[in-house]
Write a protein that binds this ligand. Structure first.
Ligand code: GLA
Length: 367
């Protein structure tokens, strides 16, 4: 093992591994504008990539062992593992899962030294895990020349997260990290994977504020919500909730299943409407309605997110705001007048701190 030095804020592949990386690949985080918890119900989503990215640098290991070395600059932690025995460190399971999934489809994965660098906020609902997975698979694609297209990369990344990181996620985050850009949103049908780019409404820009309440997906009620949706679909005799258009059918179900269904059906309709409307006011109202639905029907909000969303919605230069990502903490997204982002965040975060809470700006990453 060539390990020379790490720790103490040293931050380069060379400093850790003693040689230069052979391949570097990147992938962005994402913020979801509309379509929350719809992806694992085969519905519609509307994410957009953010500027923050994760980069994965690798070189083929020169040692004769079968041991992979994986260093995270953010965590200042190095993990060793061999394929076939999953590491226990959570961040490493995403990379390990991608290597295993790639191998399962025939990629000849050499033993690697791997270095991760990222400015995608972690635990905020901006898909730092999907960025890591997609960057890892991109690095393997370049290193080995194995033909994987961007959709296959997203699919392998999703499988890695489900199989190895323990979250039964949908495919939105991995598709966004693999296919979305920062200028237009990605309207995605998660059943057919049909997609098209949708420009933001005229005179609008995206602001993302952190509630300061961390969440971990696996520890949250995420898998429970997914199970509730599957149970509701079973009771309604459809294969997934995507197949329902008439929300009144949900009334026959016991609580909380009927409310879960109401959220999914109404959220799918909001995504499709927003993708067509080309109007910031209407788009904003759809975001507000989405938050109410996530709070009351889907029950994935927390009081701090509700406070932050209420403050954002009350600002005159905000068209609409909602929690974004899985919920249970994390961030809020707002559609705003483009010239006012800094002023809005300062005013809203000041009011948020007046009630004893500490938030922050996540997007844009700088003014
Ligand atoms: C997480 C999952 C996604 C999606 C969202 C909620 O980000 O990874 O697949 O389900 O939650 O919309």
């Amino acid at each position: 093992m060539q390990l020379r030095f790490y720790g103490g804020g040293v931050s380069s592949f060379e400093a850790v591994f003693g040689n230069s990386p052979e391949v570097v690949a990147r992938a962005p985080g994402r913020v979801n504008l509309l379509g929350e918890h719809t992806d694992y119900n085969e519905g519609y989503v509307l994410p957009i990539a953010i500027e923050q990215q994760t980069s994965v640098s690798v070189s083929v290991s020169h040692s004769n062992s079968e041991q992979y070395a994986l260093y995270s600059e953010t965590l200042d932690d190095i993990v060793y593992f061999t394929l076939g025995k999953s590491p226990t460190e959570h961040f490493a399971t995403y990379v390990y899962g991608c290597l295993m999934e790639a191998r399962a489809v025939g990629v000849k994965v050499p033993v690697l030294d791997i270095y991760i660098q990222s400015d995608v906020p972690m635990g905020a609902g901006l898909s730092s895990s999907a960025a890591l997975e997609v960057a890892t698979l991109r690095v393997l694609r370049v290193l080995t020349g194995f033909p994987l297209d961007d959709v296959q990369i997203a699919q392998l990344a999703q499988r890695a997260e489900i199989q190895y990181a323990g979250v039964r996620c949908g495919i939105m985050d991995q598709m966004a990290a693999s296919l979305a850009g920062t200028r237009e949103a990605l309207l995605l049908d998660t059943l057919t994977l049909e997609r098209r780019l949708v420009p933001l409404p005229p005179a609008s820009a995206v602001l993302v504020l952190d509630s300061g309440v961390a969440r971990t997906l696996a520890g949250s009620g995420y898998n429970q919500r997914r199970a509730e949706c599957e149970e509701a679909a079973r009771q309604l005799g459809v294969s997934t909730l995507r197949d329902l258009q008439d929300v009144s059918l949900a009334d026959a179900l016991p609580e909380p299943l009927s409310r879960r269904v109401r959220h999914i059906v109404s959220e799918n309709a909001r995504v499709l409407r927003a993708a067509e409307c080309n109007n910031a006011e209407e788009f904003g109202m759809l975001m507000n309605a989405s938050h109410a639905s996530l709070r009351d029907d889907y029950e994935v909000s927390v009081s701090q997110l509700d406070q932050l969303v209420t403050l954002l919605q009350a600002h005159p230069d905000v068209y609409g705001a909602r929690l974004t990502g899985a919920g249970f903490g994390g961030a809020c997204v707002a559609l705003c007048k483009p010239g006012s982002l800094q002023q809005i965040s300062e005013a809203v975060l000041q009011d948020y701190s007046n009630v004893g809470l500490k938030g922050g700006v996540l997007v844009p990453p700088h003014w």
